[in-house]
Write a protein that binds this ligand. Structure first.
Ligand SMILES: [Zn+2]
Length: 272
């Protein structure tokens, strides 16, 4: 019976050879297709990086589960809440806070990382009147969508356009203009303008005028940790498009209001 086995073996080999030849005839160039160029690989790597970075740039992640973020100890907080920041931002803030305390200036964190969902709650509560703005229910006092959007934008960023979710941006002591009119507030602000840059912090929304014609009103409390935030601002500019900013009430006005140029990128030139 051995010859029967041999015959089967040769038939099997013959079938394989015929099938291989058929496959080659179907696609004769596949076997000699050129390998990827360096340019192709660089393009693929860039596309991969964009896909990975996009959710972070837009705030679609949880700082609680992100290894780059850390929980801020309550000793550094203005209010008794849970707050997360990028580790580097917190380290720089602590160093700055220690130096300020030597001059009798107390610095605490009023706000840190707020992701998309958090910002969406703040935004939509103002949009539908759950949170009153200047004592008013905006859904009734400003029925026009664009006008209402602009009113909320005076002090709140639309979800995905806030820099707070990056974990690089902080509100110091009290996030209201009135606090910075008090004797203590003025002393704090004077100290920050003279020293914060030494620790990497820049006042993101400086006075509106010749240098900054669009965007949010001045926020003396909001500071960006530039060693990380500067690169993220550039990445946002390069990667994020208007259609990426969505998923909240009023998002149909994002394009009309040119939110990226007029708000996200309209910051103190020293912070760029
Ligand atoms: Zn802020």
């Amino acid at each position: 019976m051995w010859y029967c086995f041999e015959v089967k073996k040769y038939i099997f080999i013959l079938v394989i050879v015929v099938l291989s030849g058929y496959a080659y005839l179907q696609n004769p160039y596949k076997a000699i297709a050129p390998s990827k160029t360096k340019e192709d690989i660089a393009k693929e790597e860039y596309a991969k990086r964009v896909e990975e970075e996009k959710p972070y740039l837009l705030g679609h992640f949880s700082p609680v589960n992100d290894a780059n973020f850390t929980l801020v100890p309550t000793a550094y907080l203005t209010y008794n809440t849970q707050m997360y920041l990028r580790k580097e931002t917190l380290e720089a803030f602590i160093a700055m806070q220690e130096e300020a305390s030597k001059s009798g200036v107390s610095l605490k964190l009023a706000s840190g990382a707020r992701n998309f969902d958090h910002q969406k709650r703040i935004w939509e509560n103002k949009w539908d009147g759950t949170t009153l703005v200047d004592g008013k229910d905006l859904s009734k006092s400003i029925p026009d969508g664009v006008e209402r959007f602009l009113k909320i934008l005076e002090y709140s960023a639309a979800p995905s356009t806030s820099r707070h979710h990056w974990g690089t941006d902080i509100d110091i002591n009290g996030a209201t203009p009135s606090y910075f009119e008090t004797t203590e507030g003025k002393k704090v602000y004077d100290w920050l303008t003279a020293n914060a840059m030494n620790y990497g912090f820049c006042q993101t929304y400086d006075e509106k005028g010749l240098n900054r014609t669009a965007g949010y009103k001045e926020e003396k409390w909001h500071w960006s940790y530039l060693p990380i935030a500067r690169g993220l601002t550039q990445d946002f500019k390069a990667i994020i498009r208007v259609e990426d900013i969505k998923g909240f009430k009023g998002d149909e006005y994002v394009e009309e209001l040119n939110l990226i140029d007029n708000y996200v990128l309209s910051i103190n030139p020293e912070c760029l």
